[in-house]
Design a binder for this molecule. Structure first.
Ligand code: NAP
Length: 240
């Protein structure tokens, strides 16, 4: 099984790779990363669409069974200070790169009549947070495309699902929380406590709790699940 992941150098990405190796030891994992070249030269800065096009061209030549879009960028900025470059960077990383990578890998999956795509979204796509406007909007757009593509490709044996994590203990999240706390006039500790309470567990989630959902969505145990955006967020987002 060939698995490609973006954002594998991040805390959630590392947890996903670790769970995947445990559950599918036979799998070959390729990383799309801006800093390293492992297995292939799938190197690219996902805020740069030229890099995304170059990596997409290479992906088209590979036979990929599972594609995981995990890279993301959420640094908060007050709306009035947002520059066009900051808007473009966020949209490119969180929306355009997953979109263009899916366009690159789906034709081969269609020929193989099998494939799994998992897009890491965010609970903020449905419960937006002040100062994360473009992040929330781009994740919401990703969710929408996830569902549309699942409808289009399910007849080819392909499953495309999304995961919306809540507040997870990772590098990006602690940087983001620190800035969001600052903007709300709260210390890092106070803001982290607030986010933990919102998860409903009085703790941040562990990246492995998201990774276990990824592994489930890759496995045939989830064969009945397609076109779903699944919350892994404690009780941060609930519906009855
Ligand atoms: N942690 C949370 O609470 C939380 C909640 C909801 C959703 N999420 C989502 O979970 C995913 C993983 O995030 P994380 O929390 O694990 O953060 P993280 O530890 O900072 O990981 C982010 C990953 O994205 C990559 N990335 C960022 N900008 C990039 C760029 N321009 N080009 C290429 N790669 C880039 C990073 O690569 P480098 O190592 O090169 O920086 C890293 O691998 C993201 O999609 C995020 O939106 C996280």
């Amino acid at each position: 099984m060939n698995i490609v992941i973006t954002g594998g150098s991040g805390d959630m990405g590392k947890a996903i790779i670790s769970e995947v190796k445990t559950r599918f030891p036979e799998a070959t994992i390729y990383e799309i990363n801006r800093n390293i070249d492992k297995n292939t030269d799938l190197k690219g800065d996902l805020s740069n669409l030229l890099d995304v096009y170059n990596v997409s061209a290479k992906l088209k030549k590979l036979q990929i069974d599972v594609f995981i879009n995990c890279a993301g960028w959420s640094e908060p900025v007050p709306f009035e200070d947002l520059t066009v470059k900051q808007i473009n960077d966020r949209v490119n990383i969180n929306f355009y790169s997953p979109l263009l990578f899916m366009q690159a890998v789906l034709p081969n999956m269609k020929k193989m009549h099998k494939g799994v795509v998992i897009n890491i979204s965010s609970v903020t796509a449905v419960t937006p947070v002040p100062n994360l406007h473009i992040y929330s909007a781009s994740k919401r757009a990703l969710d929408s495309i996830t569902v549309s593509l699942a409808l289009e490709y399910s007849k080819y044996g392909i499953r495309i699902n999304g995961i919306r994590p809540g507040s997870v203990k990772t590098r990006a999240a602690s940087l983001g929380r620190s800035k969001l706390g600052e903007l709300k006039g709260l210390s890092d500790d106070m803001y982290e406590k607030e986010m933990s309470r919102e998860n409903g567990y009085d703790r941040l989630l562990d990246p492995s709790e998201v990774a276990k959902m990824v592994v489930f969505l890759i496995s045939d145990d989830s064969s009945g699940i397609n076109g779903q955006i699944i919350n892994v967020c404690g009780t941060m987002e609930v519906h009855s």
